[in-house]
Design a protein around this ligand. Structure first.
Ligand code: ADP
Ligand code: MG
Length: 232
């Protein structure tokens, strides 16, 4: 589903050059659940931005579902993002002073879906993450773990085949971390492809595959031995 081929990313700020990615090659098949690990500054978010069509490589190719998006412009990238990708961030990024249900309806509103259908889809997404009883709450009235579950509902409400999560449990306690990881496992079992950035080893072990970056290069790429079922 994802094919990253010799991708580099160089940021230039004045006369300072930062080589955030120094030649990354990797493939991700549909239905995989990948954790990307690495210390701060190793290039994880840069890679995620490229995988998520938020940015393009300096050199190399990135194919999403067989389409080379390396040279796409902003409008085409936005179109691909809307159709194929659900994003989840460390800081939840819910719209403040806006009710849960409206937050989750937002991507559907952008897509031009009618009000009734929108509400139905948003309620179903919220129920699937255990937040069906909080649809009228404001983000400020929810715990961090609850806000992240709303953010997951917002990410999946458009039914994207690919979910990208940048440190999704970075601000959560262990109980909420477990809730979010269970939801990811369920989404993955439904066939969705997940790429999740984390620097927590025990979080990474809940994926099926672990890729480690150091200084903008892949230094490790392994299958997780046994997928533990935490519900057992
Ligand atoms: P990580 O997510 O692993 O912490 P990043 O991908 O955010 O790492 O950053 C990798 C390197 O690229 C860092 O040295 C960072 O300072 C630099 N970097 C990231 N984004 C930018 C940017 N927009 N402009 C300039 N430098 C950047
Ligand atoms: Mg980062």
């Amino acid at each position: 589903m994802l094919s990253v081929e010799g991708v580099t990313k160089t940021y230039r700020m004045g006369d300072v050059t930062v080589r955030a990615l120094r030649g990354v090659t990797l493939q991700v098949q549909r239905g995989d659940f990948v954790a990307v690990m690495g210390s701060s500054g190793s290039g994880k978010s840069t890679l995620m931005n490229i995988l998520g069509c938020l940015d393009v490589p300096t050199s190399g190719r990135y194919l999403l579902d067989g389409i080379d998006v390396s040279s796409y412009g902003d409008d085409d990238l936005a179109d691909i993002r809307n159709r194929k990708i659900g994003f989840i961030f460390q800081s939840f990024n819910l719209v403040p002073r806006t009710r849960t249900i409206a937050n989750v309806e937002l991507p559907l509103a952008y897509a031009g879906m009618g009000r009734v259908q929108r509400r139905k889809r948003a309620v179903a997404a919220l129920e699937s993450v255990g937040m069906g009883n909080r649809i009228e709450h404001l983000p400020s009235e929810l715990s961090g773990g609850q806000q992240q579950r709303v953010a997951v509902a917002r990410a999946i409400v458009t039914n994207p085949p690919l979910i990208l999560a940048d440190e999704p449990t970075g601000n959560l306690d262990s109980r909420s971390t477990d809730d979010v990881l269970r939801i990811f496992s369920d989404l993955n079992a439904e066939g969705r492809t997940i790429v999740m950035i984390t620097h927590e080893p025990d979080v990474a072990e809940r994926a099926k595959r672990v890729i480690r970056l150091t200084d903008g290069r892949v230094v490790e790429d392994r299958r997780v031995a046994a997928v533990r079922d935490v519900r057992a």
